[in-house]
Write a protein that binds this ligand. Structure first.
Ligand code: NAD
Ligand code: UDP
Length: 336
C-alpha cells in the first residue's frame, strides 16, 4: 500500500507527508516545484528520519503519471497539486483552469487506467462564495464563486461527484479547508510564499521580521465584532491530521464524502494582530485601508460532520498558530 501525494512539497502537502511518514505509510510525492522547493521534503526527512519517494513532474503530463502508477503499488491519492492564489487567478484564468481542472482530469483518467480508486481532494471554503449564514456546514449553498480559483475548485468538486456516481469502485473525499496557518512546531517547515504574501499571517510575520513595513488591514466597516474580516484559522498540523483521518475513514459508507476542516471559531483581523503581538511580544505596525475586492465579511466552519464521521477535530489554538508561524518565520526569514 502506497499513497501518492501530488503537490507534496508544498505548504499543506509537506506537513501532511510528515504525518503520513510518522504513521508508517509508504509515500510517493510528485511535484513540479512551481510553488515550492525540494528543500521542504529534505526538512521533513530531518524531522522524522524517514523519507518519501520524490519524483519531479507535472500532473498535466499523463506519461509521467503512467510511469508513477506503473512503478509503485499506489492505492490512494491525496491531491494537493494546483495553483492557489485568488488574485493571480483573475489575471491568469486559463492557467488556473488548466492546472486545477484539466490537471485533475488527467490524474483521474490515469487513476482509472491503473484501477486506483481512492482519492482525497484539497478543496476550499471558497466554494461557498458569499455565505448566506455562518457557520457553514457541508450542505450550505455552494457556487457563486467570485474568482477563477474558487470556480476551479467548485467545478472539480462537481466532476468528482459525477465520477463517483458513474464508477461504483471510486471512493472520493473532498476536504474543504478554511484558513490554514501555522507551521510544524520544530520551525523547520512552514509556509513560504513567493514574493509579497497575499494572506494575513504570512504578511504579519514578514512585518514582524522586518521584511515589510506595515500591514494593510483591508476594511474596518464590515458588520463583524470589530469591523474587520472574520475567518476560521486552522493550524496546518490539525489539517494534516485531518487527511490521515480521511484516509482511515471507516464510518462513512458513502463513496463521495465532503468534510469541512475548520475549528468552528472565527477571529477578526484585529484579534489576530493582538494574538500575534501577545505571543511574540512584537508590535505590528498596521494601517486601516479600503476593503479588498472580492473579500467577504465573515466565514467560519461547522466542522461537526468531520468530528462525527472521521473522529477528527482541530486541537490547536490561535496561540499555537501564532507561536508556530513566528517560529518558522524567525528561523527562516527568507523562506527555504
Ligand atoms: P502550495 O502552492 O504550497 O502547494 C501546491 C503544490 O503543488 C506546490 O508544491 C506546487 O509546486 C505543486 N504544483 C502546482 N501545480 C502542479 C502541477 N501541475 N503538477 C505538479 N505539481 C504542481 O499550496 P498549499 O497551500 O499547500 O495548497 C495545497 C492545496 O490546498 C491546493 O490545491 C490549494 O488550492 C488547496 N487549498 C489551500 C488553501 C491555503 O490557504 N493554503 C486553502 C484552501 C485550499
Ligand atoms: N487581510 C488583511 N490584510 C492582508 C491580508 C489579509 O486585512 O494583508 C484580511 C482579509 O481581508 C481577510 C483576512 O485577513 O479578512 C484573511 O485573509 P486571507 O487572504 O489570509 O484569507 P482569505 O481571504 O482567503 O480568507
Amino acid at each position: 500500500m502506497a499513497i501518492l501525494v501530488t503537490g507534496g512539497a508544498g505548504y499543506i502537502g509537506s506537513h501532511t507527508v510528515l504525518r503520513l511518514l510518522e504513521q508508517n505509510y509508504k509515500v510517493i510525492v510528485i511535484d513540479n516545484y512551481s510553488n515550492s522547493s525540494p528543500e521542504s521534503l529534505k526538512r521533513v526527512s530531518e524531522i522524522c528520519n524517514r523519507s518519501p519517494i520524490v519524483q519531479q513532474g507535472d500532473i498535466c503530463d499523463r506519461y509521467f503519471l503512467r510511469k508513477i502508477f506503473e512503478s509503485y503499488p499506489i492505492t490512494d491519492v491525496i491531491h494537493f497539486a494546483g495553483l492557489k492564489s485568488v488574485s493571480e487567478s483573475c489575471v491568469k484564468p486559463i492557467e488556473y483552469y488548466h492546472n486545477n481542472v484539466c490537471g485533475g482530469m488527467i490524474l483521474l483518467e490515469e487513476m482509472q487506467r491503473y484501477c486506483v480508486n481512492r482519492l482525497i481532494f484539497s478543496s476550499s471554503a471558497t466554494v461557498y462564495g458569499e455565505p448566506e449564514r455562518v457557520p457553514l456546514d457541508e450542505l450550505s449553498k455552494v457556487g457563486g464563486t467570485t474568482n477563477p480559483y474558487g470556480t476551479s475548485k467548485y467545478i472539480f468538486e462537481r466532476i468528482l461527484e459525477d465520477v463517483s456516481i458513474a464508477n461504483p469502485k471510486m471512493n472520493i473525499t473532498v476536504l474543504r479547508y478554511f484558513n490554514p496557518v501555522g507551521a510544524h512546531q520544530s520551525g523547520k517547515i512552514g509556509e513560504d510564499p513567493n514574493g509579497i504574501p497575499n494572506n494575513l499571517i504570512p504578511f504579519i510575520s514578514q512585518v514582524a521580521v522586518g521584511r515589510l513595513e506595515y500591514l494593510s488591514v483591508f476594511g474596518n466597516d464590515y458588520l463583524t465584532i470589530d469591523g474587520t474580516g472574520v475567518r476560521d484559522y486552522i493550524h496546518v498540523m490539525d489539517l494534516a491530521d485531518g487527511h490521515i483521518a480521511a484516509l482511515e475513514n471507516k464510518k462513512s459508507n458513502r463513496r463521495f464524502n465532503i468534510y469541512n476542516l475548520g475549528t468552528g471559531v472565527g477571529h477578526s483581523v484585529l484579534e489576530i494582530i493582538a494574538a500575534f503581538e501577545r505571543i511574540t511580544k512584537i508590535n505590528i505596525n498596521y494601517k486601516i485601508k479600503e476593503r479588498r475586492a472580492g473579500d467577504i465579511a465573515e466565514c467560519w466552519a461547522d466542522p461537526s460532520l468531520a468530528e462525527k464521521e472521521l473522529g477528527w477535530k482541530a486541537l490547536r489554538s490561535i496561540d499555537d498558530m501564532m507561536r508556530d508561524s513566528w517560529s518558522w518565520q524567525k528561523k527562516n526569514p527568507n523562506g527555504y
